[in-house]
Design a protein around this ligand. Structure first.
Ligand SMILES: [Zn+2]
Length: 430
């Protein structure tokens, strides 16, 4: 489908009434985001905010599950590029030494080249373990959890994933992702998948609220005695950490899916928060878990999460799956790939649309995770299509006949997943 060129309209910048923060508030946010990276120190080492100290018992099950070459490949090219894990993960000749809590080190022996033991216990199944699918049902029996990113509804303003032009319908990412999630669920079910939505409305899964997280926020940064900053930090803890941790608990302990699909919409910076503007750019990318930074790996829980991702060989499924899905979504949307310039990302696989990045959601979900970031919400074509809402069939939009944004997104993902499992599942029953 032809890509719609963004055409910023005169006057939109002036009219766009955004609930994003004023400049002074934006500075505060930047400060608090930095503050969120601060980790708690204890006699047992450091943990990131709201994270329990990790239990490393599972490492025993990793003995002999990776050859040295495989381990180095995963560490250097996906998880900890440019030596980010130095001082925490030391690769020897016959074993890798892993610093667990504080100054405790554990040796995990490598496999002899021809006798790689099965990986440690995982709940998800590879495409190759699903068995052959009946004709026309490439997702038959596949367990899928869909994570509609953010909360939307009454929380959208707090989440800062909300803007509104005059009195027109507002753009709230959490509401858009939920609409896509509902449509994607039925599309995947038609292909035979068993699908669960992590949320069906704008209600948080976490029982915590900014108020209940105030003590945790205050404990994290004892020097932060400005009440406004403290409130803001407790809000971030609520929607950015506690909510995602609650979703991960549901995924890992109850749903235990074969794949998680995280739905998001992208946005670009408003140059001035009090005078936000539309950008001419519109693009697409997907993220697999990886590219941990040296600072992040100082936290015991983050290090444990990274090694758990690595040893479970989740990337071996997540990478090819993400590649096929994001390429299919690119065909459906006509969007060009997004190019990152920041250092917390590396390219992954062979698609220009795919990157590795360490996000809380793709780190905590213990299953292959498709993390999708199509469409720039503050670009004119996307805004125009959001205004049209969801509809059946095609509508003429700026000279092109297009399905609704929600349908285009959902069917692109469903088509991509069908394509991947069609080719990756065994062709005949075992
Ligand atoms: Zn998002």
């Amino acid at each position: 489908m032809k890509m719609i060129q963004a055409a910023p309209r005169k006057g939109e910048a002036r009219q766009l009434r955004s609930f994003r923060l004023q400049r002074s508030r934006a500075t505060l946010i930047r400060f608090l985001l930095l503050a969120c990276c601060i980790v708690t120190s204890s006699a047992f080492g450091k943990t990131s905010p709201l994270a329990p100290a990790p239990d490393w018992g599972w490492l025993e099950g990793c003995n002999g599950t990776f050859s040295r070459a495989e381990f180095l490949q995963a560490l250097d090219h996906i998880y900890a590029p440019e030596g980010a894990s130095a001082g925490w993960v030391e690769v020897g000749e016959s074993a890798v030494r892993i610093r667990t809590n504080g100054d405790t080190w554990v040796d995990v022996p490598f496999a002899e080249s021809s006798t790689i033991a099965p990986g440690y216990k995982r709940y998800w199944r590879r495409a190759s373990e699903l068995g052959a699918a009946p004709a026309g049902k490439p997702l038959d029996g596949l367990r899928v959890a869909i994570d509609p990113g953010h909360l939307g509804g009454d929380w959208a303003r707090m989440e800062e994933r909300f803007f509104q032009l005059g009195n027109t319908p507002p753009v709230a990412e959490g509401d858009l992702t939920l609409a896509v999630a509902r449509k994607l669920k039925s599309a995947l079910e038609k292909y035979g998948a068993i699908v669960v939505l992590l949320r069906k409305n704008a209600r948080p899964l976490t029982r915590e609220r900014p108020k209940t997280l105030l003590p945790a926020a205050a404990a994290e940064i004892p020097t932060l005695n400005n009440p406004d900053k403290l409130n803001r930090l407790s809000e971030l803890y609520f929607y950015r950490i506690s909510e995602i941790r609650a979703r991960a608990k549901l995924v890992n302990e109850k749903i235990r899916p074969d794949v998680v699909v995280c739905l998001h919409f992208n946005a670009e910076e408003w140059s001035e928060p009090q005078k936000p503007v539309f950008v001419p750019r519109n693009h697409l990318h997907a993220l697999v878990n990886g590219c941990y930074g040296a600072k992040e790996l100082e936290s015991d829980d983050i290090r444990a999460d990274m090694l758990s991702q690595l040893y479970s060989r989740v990337a071996e499924e997540a990478l090819p799956l993400s590649e096929v899905v994001v390429e299919t979504l690119a065909e459906a949307t006509g969007l060009p790939p997004y190019t990152y310039f920041s250092k917390n990302v590396i390219r992954a696989g062979s698609s220009p649309y795919l990157y590795a990045r360490n996000l809380l959601a793709n780190r905590l979900y213990r299953a292959p995770t498709l993390f999708l970031e199509p469409y720039v919400m503050n670009s004119s074509p996307v805004w125009t299509r959001v205004q049209l809402g969801d509809y059946a069939g095609l509508k003429l939009v700026d000279g092109d006949w297009l399905p609704s944004l929600v349908t285009e997104y959902a069917s692109g993902v469903a088509e991509g997943m069908a394509r991947y499992y069609e080719q990756a599942r065994p062709k005949t029953a075992k």
